[in-house]
Design a protein around this ligand. Structure first.
Ligand code: ARG
Length: 684
């Protein structure tokens, strides 16, 4: 498992590669210097260094490969010597076509044919950025290849390499021209007719996901703790996790959304003991413990102050864990109250999740612990049973599998959970969405599961970590009085603020009460979700209603407004989708103006953005993309008439190709917003 960013990994890999090369050079030199170098202590040292570095290199390369889903520039191996098949006819592809992948294929072919002897040459393709001088995409492999050749004592320079690659580049209907620029960049310009064809496909058949190999994926997210209030950290996990699920579901993966509730801790002992005292007839009459938080506090107070109560609480844990029916009934009752509470939050946010808390693994834990013990993975340590990730290197911290009182821990349930997920669920990917603070916990689970043979090579835990939620004062998010913020209150405030905003914009005067309510909810929950998703999740983030409700900038309000505006263009001109379809048969989308061409190219990136995010699980890039679409659309709409009216407001001319482009823009935006879990409204 690794949560390092791919660039960093790549950098480290490069430096490790360089060191390997240097050491190999040294060894060559030594060999030349003295033919009887065997036994030379210098050689020994070099050999060991080299071994270590090569080992490191493999680890880093694998990490990158995993990070990028096997697509690292460095990790692109000549796995099969067969070159990829390239498209020759643009009409053979549709709206699901990923341009970036095809460019990678084109350059794989070109580079292998220009440098057939090169072991794993890098295939580096990226967007060119904003300057049209640099084309639409760039191939930046020449610099690295030139380095690789130099290391083989072949004299060359990046420009020459770039030219050699260019000469071997097969023609493609996707590309209009390519040229070598600067120090050895290869600038790639897309072909406009091909772009128009793909956009026409999207116009006709809608936005469809790029095809991928179907996987079974478990996303463990939200996962609050029973009898405690769900806090803002859980809100982040809920929002990010749901969006990840939506994305993977969109790609047609088989996704299991799991709520790994904290429902099996020792805290239940005191809760049950307290319940027995307060509501002795709890089995026949549902006790009024809606405010579980308060109930929890009361029982905790007794637990800390009353020795007798404490003893009873411990005894209750034993009874519960041995499956005593009365205790199970009390436990279930408490869990249900909590669950209903959580469910109201999920319902409001329109989030689906299957509860499967720690208790689910209870029966498995006995067997799993026994097995770990028998296989000799557990060690005794001051009465506890612990497990180290490596048998001979006791560094860092171990897992606590059994506590000194015989009870199990968070570690134990996660070991049983991963085993169940591998062996029973037969999943391919295991995603965990929690705060970054739990990174080492999952690292340990991954390593120990690997040691125990539960996880094998290509399977790994993927920790999707996120930072802390801060208040506007950049301190821990709290209410004015210093209490932790209740999620329910937070959502209520969102609703209130969203309504204020809509009224401020005079929307209450144009929308029906029903429409206003829909807009209010879309804005309130949308802005909370979007503010979270649009920031790089690794960083802490400042919760500010003022910022998230701003109608300028990269906010939900701006995006939702933009989408309704785009949708209203054709509607206001009373042009039906049928009419547009009819016109599409005649001409289809034409990207004539500079701004149309630019917008078209942004829209075509949808598959590559989706595929990238499905691998690195950094949702904010999808938000950035959405914002980019909006900006490109604004530039286009400012410059190009879609409908021309005379002074008295009568329609003089309709630019159907442009209305089609509006439609495709709306479709792509809608899909992005669906994936982010934002509800769109037709009017706001
Ligand atoms: N209940 C935990 C918490 O509140 C999160 C659980 C995450 N999932 C897991 N499999 N450990 O921190």
């Amino acid at each position: 498992m690794s949560d390092l960013n791919p660039e960093l990994l790549e950098e480290r890999t490069k430096s490790a590669e360089k060191q390997v090369m240097e050491i190999e050079d040294e060894m060559d030199k030594l060999a030349k210097e003295d033919l009887s170098f065997i036994g030379d202590p210098r050689l020994d040292k070099l050999l060991t260094d080299n071994e270590k570095l090569k080992h490191r290199l493999v680890i880093l390369e694998n990490a990158i490969k995993k990070e990028r889903g096997g697509e690292s520039s460095i990790a692109v191996k000549k796995e099969s010597k067969k070159p990829p098949t390239l498209i020759t006819d643009i009409y053979s592809v549709d709206g699901t076509f990923c341009i970036l992948d095809e460019l990678r294929n084109i350059f794989t072919v070109a580079i292998f044919s220009a440098y057939p002897d090169l072991e794993d040459p890098p295939i580096q393709i990226s967007l060119s950025g904003n300057n049209p001088k640099f084309g639409d995409y760039q191939c930046n492999s020449a610099m690295q290849i030139s380095q690789m050749l130099k290391a083989k004592n072949i004299k060359t320079n990046p420009r020459e390499v770039a030219n050699n690659i260019l000469n071997k580049t097969p023609t493609s209907p996707l590309v209009s021209k390519m040229e070598v620029a600067g120090a050895g960049f290869l600038n790639i310009y897309l072909n406009k007719q091909s772009a128009e064809h793909i956009l026409n496909c999207i116009f006709r058949s809608g936005v469809k996901p790029p095809p991928v190999k179907k996987e079974r994926i478990i996303v463990d997210f939200s996962s609050p703790n029973v009898a405690k209030e769900m806090h803002v950290g859980h809100l982040r996990s809920t929002i990010i996790g749901d969006s990840i699920c939506r994305l993977l579901e969109y790609l047609n993966h088989d996704v299991l959304r799991l709520n790994h509730l904290g429902d099996w801790g020792t805290q239940f002992g005191m809760l049950i003991a307290h319940l027995q005292d307060m509501f002795p007839d709890f089995k026949t009459h549902s006790p009024p413990i809606a405010d579980l938080q308060a109930f929890y506090k009361e029982s905790k107070k007794r637990f800390d102050e009353d020795e007798e109560f404490k003893k009873r609480a411990y005894a209750c844990v034993v009874q519960l864990q041995s499956g005593q029916p009365d205790y199970i009934a009390a436990w279930k009752l408490i869990c249900n109250v909590s669950l209903q509470d959580f469910q109201t939050i999920y319902d409001r946010l329109n989030i689906k999740i299957t509860p499967r808390g720690e208790s689910f693994y209870h029966s498995r834990m006995n067997a799993d612990v026994k097995e770990l013990k028998e296989k000799g993975y557990l060690e005794e340590d001051e009465g506890r049973l612990i497990m180290w990730p490596h048998p001979d290197k006791n560094e860092g911290i171990p897992l606590t599998i059994v506590k000194s009182d015989g009870g199990y821990t968070y570690d134990t349930s996660d070991m049983s959970a991963i085993k169940q997920r591998v062996q029973e669920e037969r999943a391919d990917r295991f995603i965990y969405v929690t705060d970054v603070g739990q990174y080492t916990h999952f690292l340990l689970i991954d390593a120990c599961a690997r040691r125990a043979g539960i996880l094998t090579n290509n399977k790994k835990l993927e920790h999707v970590g996120f930072g802390v939620v801060l208040g506007e004062d950049k301190k821990k998010f709290k209410t004015r009085s210093g209490d932790t913020i209740k999620l329910r209150d937070l959502l209520d405030e969102g609703l209130k603020r969203a309504l204020d905003k809509l009224i401020e914009k005079g929307r209450d005067k144009v929308l029906t009460p029903e429409e206003l309510k829909q807009a209010q909810e879309a804005v309130a929950y949308g802005c909370i979700k979007y503010a979270d998703l649009s920031h790089n999740r690794i960083n802490d983030y400042v919760f500010s209603f003022d910022k998230m409700l701003d109608d300028k900038g990269n906010t939900a309000v701006y995006l939702l407004y933009s989408l309704t505006r785009i949708r209203s263009i054709a509607r206001n001109a009373k042009i039906s989708v049928e009419k547009l379809m009819e016109e599409a048969q005649k001409s289809g989308i034409k990207l004539t103006d500079e701004t149309e061409w630019k917008l078209g190219k942004v829209l075509l990136r949808f598959p590559e953005v989706i595929l990238k995010v499905s691998k690195d699980l950094y949702i904010h890039s999808l938000c950035e993309y959405l914002y980019e679409i909006c900006s490109a659309f604004t530039d286009f709409y400012d410059k190009c008439y879609c409908i021309e009216k005379d002074k008295s407001g009568n329609i003089v001319k309709v630019f159907y190709e442009r209305l089609m482009l509006c439609e495709v823009t709306a479709k792509v935006m809608q899909k992005c917003l669906d994936i982010l879990g934002l509800t769109t409204v037709s009017k706001m």
